[in-house]
Structure formats: structure tokens, C-alpha cells
Ligand binder design. Sequence first.
Ligand SMILES: [Cu+2]
Length: 155
Amino acid sequence: MRNIFLPIVPLIFFVNSAFASTVDNESNAKVLVQSSFARESIPGTSISSAYMAINNISTKDLRLISATSSVTDRIEIHEHTMANGLMRMRQVEYVDISAKDTVLFQPSGLHLMIFDLKQPLKAKENITITLHFDDQSSIDVNYIIKGLKQKKHHH
Ligand SMILES: [Cu+2]
């Protein structure tokens, strides 16, 4: 996520990967979604997670209330929290994005949790997720699929 605020080189990279989606149903843009990506699904599972930065470019507070996609019938808004040194996640009903503010969905924080994938998500493919807001507006966001991190599980 930190790349967002770095100049020039990362921006060119993001533009090339078609990261930005603007505009809502009405044509007066309310949110700008950047740096959107989803994780490749772990083999043998039908879950994934998706991340992005949602910038409310309007002058009114907005509330993200749901997300939908053709790749599944079940996407939840989740949040990671640390409790007694353990990473936990829980579902949240909505996420408020104040006027002119940006909310980050990022690993170890807020994320879209994708369940019951109809097909596995493969690296370098794209999916579309529609974000729905409490003012009835919505936005289709393109998410590039990133490969799984090659990290070993230690205990
Ligand atoms: Cu989750």
C-alpha cells in the first residue's frame, strides 16, 4: 500500500496495470478506487481476499455496505484484529469513508473476504467486484490476481 504515495515510478506501474476505477452509477464520481488486487486462491480451497484503497472524493460521508461479484455469491467485509498475540478476523457490517478521506483495505487489516469461489483464482487474471454504498451508488472495480506469497508456516 505504501506505493500509493510514492512519486512517478510506482504510479506508472499502477497505471499500466489499469488499477484505477472511478465513477458511480450516476456519472458524478464519488469514489476513486486504487491499488486493487485479490489473492490467488490456495489450492484445495475456495476462498480468497481482496484489497484496495477507497478514496471518497465527494463532499458527503459514504458507507460501504456490501460487495458482489460474478465469481461468487458470498463476499463479506472483514477486519483483522490482534487479540492476545493472535491474529483474528471478524465480519463487519459496513465501513464508513468520510468525505475526502481514504480507507485502506490491506493485508492484516480490512479486506473483502471471498467465499465459495466458483472457480479458483489464478495469478495475473482479473476479476470484477462491485462495491455498494449506502446512498445506492455502486462501482465496478477491477482486481488483478496476485500469486500467493511463498512463505513457510512456522510454529
Ligand atoms: Cu477474512
